[in-house]
Write a protein that binds this ligand. Structure first.
Ligand SMILES: C[S@@+](CC[C@H](N)C(=O)[O-])C[C@H]1O[C@@H](n2cnc3c(N)ncnc32)[C@H](O)[C@@H]1O
Length: 242
């Protein structure tokens, strides 16, 4: 990851980070480079958290599953994972809290920096059934990188996810979580909202040099989960992305 800093802005330090992702199959390897503008020392969603490159790498590794799908990123912040999903050919909607217009502006900047057009950016506050939530088309994949960082929000995040899964039962929530304390858990809320989680080992989609290349302190404590509906009308072995 490369960083360039422009301290001439009056909004703290503005920097640009360059992330490079690799995916591989037996026959080919593919590389994607994404540029993300950030504001250092500002609010939560103004810089890229260690969870984001891990989820973005998973998205790029599964590029073929995203093509043509409708993907909603929640708590986008600088929108690294949503931008990568758009580069995979998904129809992407980025979102952040209605209370943080700066984050929504950041999402727009990230799209512009990567020459993306046609990506919608909407205010979407977790746990609230708002007009932008109701107006969404059926979503195949929800992306959420480091949305479980404050325990007070855990249930609200899952309420929004469960709401969207009720509208499209095969929808999946791909999320990354940074382990900050052994006592934090979403298990109770998963059960309350009829959801289930499966962990995907990070080593199964990241190459050996990934942590070093990303240069994000804390990246080694990031876990990736796929959350799905437990509802009985969800075809058990069918995924939104197959
Ligand atoms: C820890 S940051 C992660 C940002 C980004 N996904 C990343 O990994 O770099 C959490 C994000 O959630 C957003 N957020 C916080 N509370 C929210 C809420 N109640 N509803 C929607 N988004 C929220 C913040 O603005 C921020 O962008």
């Amino acid at each position: 990851m490369q960083t360039t800093v422009d301290s001439s802005s009056n909004k703290e330090f503005v920097s640009t980070k360059v992330f490079t992702f690799h995916s591989w199959t037996q026959s080919e390897s593919r590389t994607l480079t994404v540029v993300i503008p950030e504001v250092a020392n500002a609010a939560y969603g103004m810089y890229t958290w260690p969870c984001a490159p891990v989820l973005a790498q998973y998205v790029w590794h599964n590029e073929h599953l995203l093509r043509g799908k409708t993907v909603l990123e929640i708590g986008s912040g600088t929108a690294l994972t949503g931008v990568v999903a758009a580069k995979c050919g998904a129809r992407v909607i980025l979102s952040d809290s209605a209370l943080y217009p700066d984050c929504l502006e950041n999402c727009q900047k990230s799209c512009k920096a990567n020459n993306l057009t046609g990506v919608d950016v909407i205010p979407l506050t977790w746990g609230i059934v708002s007009p932008p939530l109701l107006q969404l088309p059926p979503v195949h994949i929800i992306l959420g990188s480091d949305c479980f960082y404050d325990t007070k929000d855990f249930e609200d995040v899952l309420v929004t996810v469960a709401f969207l899964m009720n509208r499209n039962v095969v929808c999946e929530f791909w999320c990354t979580y940074q382990k900050r304390s052994a006592t934090r858990s979403i298990e109770f809320y998963l059960s309350k909202w009829s959801l289930q989680a499966k962990e995907i080992p990070v080593s199964s989609f990241c190459d050996e040099d990934f942590s070093l290349r990303m240069d994000c302190p804390g990246i080694d404590s990031v876990h990736l989960f796929i959350i799905t509906s437990k509802k009985t009308d969800r075809p058990q072995d069918v995924s939104a992305v197959t």
